[in-house]
Design a protein around this ligand. Structure first.
Ligand code: HEC
Ligand code: HEC
Length: 227
């Protein structure tokens, strides 16, 4: 316990140096929060030709991969390998239901070849992601879960796999930074109920079992402004 406590203290103390959580303007700390700006590495992403098939996707995900409606995930800046895995996972193999079962995306990928999927993944991955804003109310709880997990319940720190600033780790661990909170909560719920079961070794299904609805909301809120 003493070790865990001092480790967590270290994590909390060290984190603000490298990580920022953008907040709403009415948040007390807003004055010292710099405007959200893309990290240099992201801004320097090489231009990728727009695939003809991307026009269909733009209806929900936007041409630059930063969807406006919160139920549609942002695709911009994801690792291309992650996007490609998701597109393949939406497709049923034989008579088995797809490992990521979603009626809308099932319709979208039905006519795509694997080559189309590779092109689309590379294109959306190369777009510059936007960052949202966290609401101040539950930000502290959300940040704590992100950076330190919930040791008493065996919930590991999200940062351990998704990266301190949420930019993910290629190729398995997706970017979460700036993702719409409504979408993030919906995915954690889907992992909890087993509607989504395409995570390696069931790692997200296991974590989702241990989170209450309030904890899911809080961590999703923190993720919205994380960069
Ligand atoms: C009618 C709206 C709509 C259109 C058009 C659409 N999508 Fe989606 N997309 C969704 C929804 C909704 C989800 C979330 C599915 C879920 O909840 O599992 C999603 C999820 C995804 C994901 C997974 C993202 C993640 O973070 O895991 C990828 C990748 C994706 N879409 C790519 C595409 C591509 C490529 C196209 C064009 C061929 C496309 N989508 C067209 C609605 C749409
Ligand atoms: C041990 C590693 C690990 C930890 C710790 C972890 N995740 Fe994940 N997470 C994953 C993997 C792997 C995936 C991608 C699964 C796939 O391939 O579709 C994922 C996917 C997700 C997704 C779906 C992303 C999308 O674009 O659809 C969300 C949301 C998520 N994680 C939230 C969290 C939160 C919140 C925490 C902390 C409470 C957390 N994760 C901790 C490994 C981890």
């Amino acid at each position: 316990m003493g070790y865990t406590r001092s480790l967590l203290t270290f994590l909390f103390a060290a984190a603000p140096l490298a990580v920022a959580f953008a907040q709403n303007a009415d948040a007390p700390a807003a004055a010292e929060t710099p405007a959200a700006a893309p990290a240099p590495a992201e801004a320097a992403a090489p231009a990728v030709a727009v695939p003809a098939t991307a026009a269909v996707c733009a209806a929900c995900h936007n041409m630059d991969g930063n969807s406006i409606l919160p139920e549609y995930p942002k695709l911009a800046g994801h690792h291309p390998e992650y996007l490609l895995k998701q597109l393949r996972d939406f497709k049923p193999v034989g008579d088995k239901p797809p490992v990521r079962d979603n009626a809308i995306m099932l319709g979208m990928i039905a006519a795509l070849s694997d080559e189309d999927m590779v092109e689309l993944s590379n294109y959306f991955a190369a777009q510059t992601p936007t960052i949202g804003e966290a609401k101040p109310e539950t930000l502290e709880l959300g940040k704590n879960i992100w950076q330190g997990g919930i040791p008493a319940k065996g919930v590991p720190a999200c940062a351990g796999c998704h990266g301190a600033n949420g930019s993910g780790m290629p190729t398995q661990y997706p970017r979460l930074s700036g993702q719409h909170p409504e979408y993030v909560v919906a995915q954690i719920q889907a992992f909890q109920t087993g509607t989504r079961k395409n995570d390696l070794n069931g790692v997200m299904q296991d974590i989702a079992q241990r989170l209450t609805p309030a904890e899911m909301q809080a961590v999703a809120n923190a993720i919205a402004g994380l960069h």
